[in-house]
Design a binder for this molecule. Structure first.
Ligand SMILES: [Zn+2]
Length: 56
C-alpha cells in the first residue's frame, strides 16, 4: 500500500491524488497533501532518504 510522503498515512493505490516526479508516482490522501508535496518536493525526498538510511 503506498504511503503519503507528506502526512505519512497509507493511501489507496488508485487514489485520484497522485503526482509523478522524476518517473516515480507518489500517492496522497488529499489534494492538500499533493499540492504541499509539489511545492516542497525536495524537502520530502530528503526525509524519505534519511528514513531508509536509518532502517538499513
Ligand atoms: Zn496526506
Amino acid at each position: 500500500m503506498p504511503r503519503d510522503p507528506v502526512c505519512g498515512n497509507y493511501v489507496d493505490a488508485d487514489t485520484a491524488y497522485k503526482r509523478e516526479m522524476e518517473g516515480v508516482t507518489y500517492h496522497f490522501c488529499s489534494a492538500d497533501c499533493a499540492d504541499e508535496f509539489e511545492v516542497n518536493y525536495e524537502e520530502y525526498l530528503d526525509v524519505e532518504e534519511q528514513r531508509s538510511a536509518k532502517e538499513q
